[in-house]
Every structure is written in structure tokens, then in C-alpha cells.
Design a protein. Sequence first.
Length: 119
Amino acid sequence: MSESEPVTLHEDEKTGDRFLVYGTDKGLRLDIRYEGNSLWMTQAQIAELFGRDVSVISRHIANVIEDGELPQEGNLQKMQIAGSTRPVVLYSLDMVISVGAGFKTQVQQRLILRRPRWG
């Protein structure tokens, strides 16, 4: 996947499931489920996206729900995936954004340091 096309939409010919495929030149590749005009990710995908451990993501998701930032309903769904014996828990894009907002990446930290302070 080239840098000029980091995102493509694919449909599984067998199941009809649609996935947004996100990739970077540095090797990150995520197949993000696209359903009902929404994107859904597993905790493992969220962890890979933000470079964190799954346990950290789990804790942040619990905090987002406990703090009332987002309701569980509509932001979490269990789905049976072909080839899996147990349902997989998927999280909405809103949840991914809320979880990610809790992390300050090195780039974000650099931007904060460079941002002008208006009096």
C-alpha cells in the first residue's frame, strides 16, 4: 500500500463483509470492519494503532464508559466472526477517538511545545 493511498475499501467475496484497509509505509496494516456506515475495531487493533498494550486499551475503554464520556450502547458490539468460536467485541470509531485522545504521542507532544501561547 503506497503512501499516496493509505486507505482502501474491500469487500469479502464469501461473506460480503466490508473492511477499510489502513496501511502505512512503516508496516502498520489494519483491516477495520465497515458496517452500517460506521467503522468498528477490536481492542487488539486499537492497541496496534496507538502502539499500546491491549490491557491499557481495555482500561481506557472502561474509563470512557465509567466517566460517561460515551455510552456502552452503540459504541460496543459483539459480533460472530467466521472461523471464530466466540463472538468478538468491536468498538465504534467514536470509542477509538475517545481512547486515542487519552494518549499524547511524541508528535502531539512536539506540537504542543511548538504551539504559540496567546495571551
